[in-house]
Design a protein around this ligand. Sequence first.
Ligand code: SAH
Length: 449
Amino acid sequence: MPKSSPASRTKSAPVPAPNSGPTVTLSPRGAARLKSGHPWVYKSDIASANAEPGAIVSVLDARGRFLGTALYSSTSQIAIRMISRETSSKERASRDVPDLPALVSQRIREAITYRKNYVHNTNAYRVVFSEADFLPGLIIDRYNDVLSLQILTQAMDAEPVRGAILETLIAELKPEGIVERVDPRIRELEQLPPRDSALLWGKKSSTIVTMNSEPEGLSESQEPKAKSRNPESRESKAESPTPQAGVLFHYDALGGQKTGAFLDQRENYAAAARYAHGNALDIFCYHGGFALHLAPVCTSVVGVDSSRPALEVADKNAALNHRQLDWIEANAFDLLRDYAAAGNKYQTIVLDPPAFAKSKRDIDKALSGYKELNLRALKMLQPGGILITCSCSFAVSPHDFQETVAAAALDAHKSLRLLEMRHASQDHPILLNVPETDYLKCLIFHVSN
Ligand code: SAH
């Protein structure tokens, strides 16, 4: 959320509410939540709403004081999502409730500039990440020349807003295709009319993307450029275990599995490859993100996933990169138990399971799942081995996750030294006042007996 002006931090001049337009009045608890910096207020903390579904609203406290502007959802548990905070009364007087299409367009451009500064060596990255880019309910991913867009709220679904999104993306990123990926469950929750995933603009819905290529600036040019560098030099090996051209992945927005890549792990793939060696297991491998990055530095890599369609894409990705990898369709828990019992040994193991805890209620079960996986993996890791262990459950805190891995190490009689404590890639910005944006934990350990 953009910061409020310094004037707004003084307690002296309460900002009067605008005279007209849709309003939502908060309960004292809702107002307190906003004041703590979080941009969401739950339905249960709304005292009254005088607004149409999806409206841009003025948010008031119980005494009618203006707190800022928000997107309103009449059906979601998250009833309002702030888009700007209280401004001083002077500024407020000269400003109407913002024009949402124009604001969305401006914030998309700002999000693109942010990526230009911080995202390198790839043409696959998240362009807009909802609250983290001050665009609640909008997610846009770039897969080379294909853009994928997800709309999660009533306000973002309005036709003029959709128009502004497309126009801005076409002008700024010049894609060959823009695809909308629809989550029918979310549309139902938001009481939006059903829609199918479809090509919204242009002709292309599938492409090939590059991650972690050597030269910088790929996101600009879209094409990997050759850069002369002695591949045998120690320096290039230490810094760049992945090939100069990067690792290539198929992306097909509308075919087969209709899912994208886990772009949030992109920088973690490169980090993992800096330490990986020997024979490696990539557990929960999906399309082979970690496995394909480990292949150049490991003697053998096996990817494991319970989804056959995911493994089929992984295999196509291996061929695209001219790599020979093995893929095993299995339940990770069963496979790890059997392999550990059989005394199999590895030098590198990646654990990247799906979110085990969707909410706080599932935490205990999730932690026991993480413990079991990490315990079994640690038993198979040889001294000097590398464990790359991830959790993408927001409900599981970094502290709980670390404690769980530590407990697993204790039970496995192994010592762990933390090499890196990582988060999502930088195209998934983390806002300290929105803890939900810091959901991904990726820990890299050196293992000894
Ligand atoms: N590491 C991947 C992302 C993993 S997402 C990447 O970086 O791209 C989680 C994966 O776990 C999904 O592919 C899903 O099919 C798989 N999965 C879920 N439950 C599983 C289980 N019990 N055993 C094996 N794979 C499972």
